[in-house]
Ligand binder design. Structure first.
Ligand code: R5P
Length: 294
């Protein structure tokens, strides 16, 4: 588009002014109706305003990922320590106890598997809303590929999902993908998170970056951060701490929990950072305490 040259750069993020909120605690949701608010209040803890989402959908492109070889054994023990489970409908049906009292985020789209060099072609629908609701979804997730060949297709999937889900008061989680050739800069995340919110996402999943406070301020809905590849536990806690400090409303973390040598300890430590403002060091002590008690 010709208009992308010569524009004034965005610069005034009013970092000292909290987002406008009228009568409801989840960012951007004050004007939503009852069902949407009720589900958002199952996802975000009304006391802290934040959420710990446990992502274990990696098998949809990667097959049996390290730590998720046996989801039926690994994930159920972590349920008491998180607010939301994020997975595919196939795994919810086969591996998660239906009686578990936890919110559920169901992945709605598929992408190419890791057998292909470029996975960012935009994929397609893996699940329709009826099936997601039969899986008891409190939230539905769509992966998007901003700045990659799959951009247009994935935005279409996001918009169609948000249309259908809004009809039933189900929030849509827009996921910012970072492919191997995609930028991981403030500039990229500013654009990608805002594009997803403008196209209907009620929650955006993105990555922590330098300048994250501007990314969070200019995104009109809550951002939760992905963990990415496994880090040493203290580093992962540090990343979560900085993200919350800089305006994230939680994490949607996978490998840094289920690939830890003590997943239950890490889930609890992350919860302390996200909900109770623990410092990374304090939270690391929680992780070690749980680990040493095993
Ligand atoms: C992306 O949406 C993936 O499906 C994962 O859910 C996501 O990357 C979060 O997992 P991790 O913290 O392991 O990056």
């Amino acid at each position: 588009m010709a208009d992308n040259i010569g524009n004034k750069a965005a610069h005034d993020y009013h970092l000292d002014v909290p987002a406008a909120q009228e009568g409801f605690f989840v960012k951007g949701a004050s004007h939503c109706d009852f069902g949407m608010k009720s589900r958002l209040a199952r996802i975000f803890n009304p006391r802290s305003g934040n959420t710990v989402m446990l992502a274990f959908d990696h098998g949809y492109i990667m097959g049996p990922t390290a730590g998720l070889e046996r989801i039926d054994l690994v994930i159920p023990p972590l349920i008491p320590h998180v607010d939301v489970l994020m997975g595919t409908r196939g795994i919810f049906r086969s591996c998660i106890p239906p009686a578990a009292r936890v919110a559920k985020c169901v992945r709605m789209t598929y992408d190419s598997t890791v057998l292909f060099d470029d996975m960012s072609n935009g994929g397609g629908f893996a699940c329709d809303l009826e099936n997601a609701l039969r899986t008891d979804a409190d939230c539905v997730a769509v992966q998007t590929f901003i700045g990659a060949p799959g951009e247009s297709r994935s935005l279409e999937l996001l918009c169609r999902t948000a249309d259908a889900a809004t009809r039933y008061g189900v929030p849509t989680l827009g996921v910012v993908a970072v492919g191997k050739d995609m930028e991981r800069t403030e500039r990229f995340f500013l654009l990608a998170t805002r594009v997803l919110a403008e196209n209907g996402a009620n929650i955006v999943k993105s990555y922590y970056c330098d300048g994250f406070e501007r990314v969070a301020a200019s995104c009109p809905v809550p951002i939760v951060i992905a963990g990415g590849k496994k880090l040493p536990e203290l580093d992962a806690l540090e990343m979560a701490y900085k993200a919350i400090r800089d305006g994230a409303h939680g994490v949607d973390m996978g490998r840094n929990i289920f690939q830890s040598d003590c997943p239950a300890g890490m889930a609890q430590a992350i919860g302390k950072v996200v909900h109770e403002g623990y410092t990374p060091k304090q939270a690391f002590e929680v992780y070690e305490e749980v680990k040493n008690s095993k």
